[in-house]
Design a protein around this ligand. Structure first.
Ligand code: FMN
Length: 400
């Protein structure tokens, strides 16, 4: 386990204890900066092993310290991983014992970054994270929350139990495979807003969380991901390209322009079915009348339009319904729009509501298959949707 210099270094003591409780033997390597945050004596006492801090032993001592440390290890974990160490790993620089161990190590590597939101969202860090993913490193993404510097945003070290779960998934071979490598995935997310006047709009309650979860799952499985987003107020994720489409018309244009280059399309956004026929210039004066009638017109059916233009793409639609007849409507939507999979969710079911972290979905298709899943986090739903689509993706998109 490599520990680098950040406030979260103290949490790696918890990671170490949980790993030990689970029966793993752990040797710790620290950067010099990490030692300024937590003493090596704590890691030595808990691990019962010498802690590696220096690339060189005492003068005149024989040995290749970085190779000795790696000897017999099944996995390398870096937690917390600082922006600095991540950049060195991405570059293949090896000026510290930790980065030398990384470069010389031939087994699986898990990295749990932790840093200030600005550092995490910086394009340089995004590039380095993408490079490490491309090199096969398993990432345990940081969480969004209150950071040590008082800001709220992404960058907080994942929970120690989540880091240990990721380590064990990799050791057990159950970590998500790179099964979408080379696949280009286009995802629409969020909810469109259709202007009534210069300041008002007709909108819906979609938060974009399901689309964000799909994008992260696809990225982590090796896909190249583009998200066409409408009014999503969530932090953008590294390794994903975003394009903004706040209205149904903008969403249609953006999807049509991105669609020819994709292998898989997932229409997850809540796109308005109706929009005001025309938006009033300026702000409608409330004193002018006691009632307001807004004439609405149907918007284009983006999924049906793209289905007509498809060229081997796998198409996945979402059907957010309310109440029991919704499942039949979702089945009919799949046939009518000629898409491969429709994911039905019933907003009337507890836990399946918009805005929340969980969803309750039925995956209709491909073919005659239909799978109703219990309530689970949106990320877990996303994984199940890709699991269901995988045979089609491989049969169609990858061979095309
Ligand atoms: C109080 C303090 C907190 C820091 N926290 C972090 C952090 O959480 N993540 C990070 O990437 N860098 C953080 N840094 C900056 C790193 O310590 C610095 O980039 C250092 O060069 C990292 O060295 P290392 O990667 O060799 O451990 C912090 C610095 C200070 C002074």
């Amino acid at each position: 386990m490599g520990v680098t210099g950040g406030i979260a270094a103290y949490k790696s003591l918890d990671v170490l204890r949980i790993l030990q409780r689970h029966g793993h033997g752990v040797s710790v390597v620290m950067t010099h900066t990490a030692e300024r945050f937590v003493g090596s004596a704590s890691f030595a006492a808990l691990s019962g092993r010498e802690v590696g801090t220096h690339l060189f032993g005492d003068a005149g001592q024989p040995g290749y310290h970085h190779l000795d440390v790696n000897d017999g290890m099944d996995l390398m974990l870096v937690a917390p991983a600082s922006a600095n160490t991540i950049s060195q790993m991405a570059m293949g620089a090896s000026s510290s014992l930790l980065t030398s161990c990384y470069l010389a190590f031939r087994g699986p590597v898990v990295v749990a970054p932790a840093m200030n939101t600005g550092m995490w969202l910086h394009p340089a860090t995004a590039r380095n994270i993408a490079a490490l993913r491309a090199d096969g490193v398993h990432m345990v993404d940081p969480e969004t929350g209150l950071l040590a510097d008082g800001a709220v945003g992404p960058g907080r070290l994942a929970e120690p139990s989540a880091i240990v779960a990721a380590v064990e998934a990799v050791l057990g071979g159950t970590s998500p495979a790179n099964d979408l490598a080379g696949v280009r995935v286009l995802i629409s997310a969020g909810g469109t807003r259709e202007p009534i006047d210069a300041v008002r709009y007709v909108g819906n309650r979609s938060s974009g969380r399901m689309g964000w979860a799909l994008a992260a799952a696809a990225r982590d499985r090796g896909a190249e991901v583009v998200v066409v987003q409408a009014n999503v107020d969530l932090p953008r994720q590294v390794g994903i390209r975003y394009t903004d489409a706040p209205t149904a018309a903008a969403m249609r244009d953006a999807c049509r322009s991105e669609f020819p280059a994709c292998d898989v399309l997932i229409m997850c956004a809540a796109v308005a079915d109706f929009r005001p026929v025309s938006a009033t210039d300026g702000k409608i004066d409330k004193a002018a009348s006691d009632t307001l009638t807004v004439a609405m017109e149907r918007t284009s059916d983006i999924l049906a339009e793209l289905a007509a233009l498809r060229d081997e793409q796998v198409l996945i639609g979402f059907a957010a319904e309310h109440g029991p007849p919704g499942l039949d409507r979702a089945r009919a939507k799949r046939t009518r729009k000629a898409v491969d999979i429709v994911v039905h969710n019933d907003a009337a079911v507890d836990g399946a509501a918009f805005e929340g972290p969980d969803n309750v979905v039925t995956i209709i298709g491909p073919g005659d298959s239909e799978t109703s899943l219990p309530r689970m986090p949106k990320r877990a739903c996303a994984e199940r949707i890709f699991d269901a689509a995988l045979p089609l993706v491989h049969a169609r998109a990858v061979s095309a």
